[in-house]
Ligand binder design. Structure first.
Ligand code: MN
Length: 193
């Protein structure tokens, strides 16, 4: 098996009360795992078998793209959270956010709005181009800004499986609460890359 599911850098109950251990059990333990398992089955013995995950995402379509991208997206999602992370960005990322969106609060508002208004299943992204310009993007289903040549910086999962156990239909409430567990240290490192 080529790709292994990385262990979470926190305990299953560490993100309480924003994300419950039950949601972690299903979302990380079953959904993320299933995408990675299916990905491994699909690439076995094909031209994709030795490819980096990012290359598979850019070069594939259909079922392989869906599972490769969902694997990448979920790993990226879960690794941006921490129970005791840095609560605000600083440095180059903060400067860029302030410049483009006016303030951190305005940025958060726009990001939440993009997540709340995405129809159906998908992801809301903060992504950057090669000049460091930021973009808030909605992507349906398994979408990922890598396919448009942009570098993903942060993502909130808006598939119902991400929030229904804890928030039922209140997607906007889930999105708003996620800021409490975002580790901006991780986001800044991604931006600086
Ligand atoms: Mn998900």
């Amino acid at each position: 098996m080529k790709f292994t599911q990385p262990k979470l850098p926190y305990a299953p109950d560490a993100l309480m009360p924003v994300i419950s251990p039950t949601t972690i059990e299903f979302h990380y333990g079953k959904h993320e795992k299933a995408y990675i398992d299916t990905l491994n089955k699909l690439i076995e013995g094909t031209e994709y078998a030795d490819m980096a995950l990012e290359d598979i995402i850019v070069k594939s379509d259909g079922k392989l793209f869906n599972n490769a991208s969902q694997a990448w997206n979920h790993i990226f999602y879960f690794f941006q959270f921490s129970p005791d992370g840095i609560k605000e960005p600083s440095g180059a990322l903060r400067k860029q956010i302030d410049e483009q969106f006016g303030s951190l609060d305005e940025f958060k508002k726009k990001f939440e709005e993009a997540g709340a208004t995405l129809f159906g299943s998908g992801w809301v992204w903060l992504a950057a181009d090669s000049d460091g310009k930021l973009f808030i993007q909605q992507s349906g289903n398994a979408g990922n800004p890598l396919t448009e040549g942009l570098q993903p910086i942060m993502t909130f999962d808006v598939w119902e499986h991400a929030y229904y156990l804890d928030y039922q239909n209140l997607r906007a409430e889930y999105l708003h609460r996620l800021w409490d567990i975002v580790d901006w240290d991780v986001i800044e490192m991604r931006y600086g890359r």
